[in-house]
Design a binder for this molecule. Sequence first.
Ligand code: FAD
Ligand code: NAD
Length: 401
Amino acid sequence: MSKEKVVILGAGYAGLRSLKEIQKKNLNVDITLVNKNDYHYEATYLHEVASGAQPPKKICYPVKDVVDPKQTTFIQDTVEVINKDQKTVTLANNGDIDYDYLVVALGFESETFGIKGAAENGLEMVDIPSALAIDRHINEQFAKYNETKDESYLSIVVCGAGFTSIEFLGEITDQLPRLVSQYQVPADKIQLTCIEAMPTLLPMFPEKLTKYGIDKLVERGVNFKIGAPIQEVTKDEVVYKAGDKNESVKAKTIVWTTGVRGSSVIGRSGFDERRGRVVVEKDLTIAGYPEIFMIGDVSAVMDEEIGRPIPGTAQLALKQGDTVAENLEAKLNGKETKAFTFKSLGTVASIGNKEAIGEVMGSYLKGYPASAMKKVIADRSLLKTGGVKAVVSKGRFDLYH
Ligand code: FAD
Ligand code: NAD
């Protein structure tokens, strides 16, 4: 009898972890992994590439380091659509592939909420090419300042003040002295503005902790505009609401980090979705399709207590990857699947390389200890999925000196 076919789409946190755990179980199935690139990137460090703090190679490792060729075939290709009723997946270059079980882990895209000009003029931060494009763009604008003396070339607007924006601001302010010296631009003419729609910054943390983090960024020159929903983005201006009138900031660099949605493949494939996410059943399959698991940022896991989905994070995606392996094994053996459970270990937002604020297992941390804790947590998960080789070459050992 031919082996059952398991297809995993996406080699991000969710997809690679599920692959790793499924392979460990030696399930006598044919596994196929499909991913756009032949490398995995740690999306949680994209802001470091976007700010020029790290080269892409520091946050990437080859997919083949996780693939066991005896069990898994890797196809480097782009998923176009999932044909859920035919149990096939259409790939851009390799045509259709069929499956008995499918793990969908295609991750996140940038959310523009339909704001005029955001998609065309905002720089998104969603993968390695887009993060590199931000770094390249900032360097080009700083170089152009010297040709034109137009101060908008030294103005950077970061849209939204979620964790991605805050972490990017932390890194870019770390990098400013290097940029100033490289391009010989006047430091006092650099303008950094962060525009947030909500009236409160980082509301998930106690006020004192948030103040500590925000004060660090203000000391480094960031100007926050809060309660200021962005209305429109042009190629060198961001227009936002200030009370009952509109105001704007001129900037040649506009970083668009107002939130994410799940992969557009989900909507294209006719799933019952909202912003690219499908509400999953307790065992991480989807209603009506017990052979399809959805995990990571394409899934919405309901938090029963608050009646809202748990925010999509790498932490959640990794834990879902573990559960998928167990539930796939249960299904193959005709056993009952188990309900996915998740208890967050906490949340830490970095403010540059040596500072952070956060909550870890009920304790609030700030400064260097918070930064070190974030690196330890990241190194541990890198070790579990990528193995010793990945952690030795990509790990954050700078905290140990
Ligand atoms: P992804 O990591 O997005 O992986 C999806 C994979 O699918 C990628 O390899 C991609 O190339 C591939 N892919 C996408 N589309 C296709 C296609 N059509 N065909 C083939 N392949 C495709 N979370 C935390 O828990 N802690 C943090 O500190 C943290 N920091 C963050 C910092 C930043 C700057 C950002 C942007 C996010 C951060 N997050 C953090 C959130 C976290 O990165 C995401 O929740 C996580 O990456 C989701 O994992 P995933 O596996 O679902 O998707
Ligand atoms: P987010 O949704 O968490 O934050 C986006 C911010 O943009 C919000 O504060 C929102 O109010 C604001 N915004 C939206 N529309 C706006 C508008 N028109 N004008 C002005 N402001 C607007 O998105 P994110 O920061 O990209 O994070 C995405 C996910 O990744 C989240 O689940 C987050 O928790 C996770 N993440 C975690 C970390 C970490 O744990 N350190 C770091 C980055 C991201």
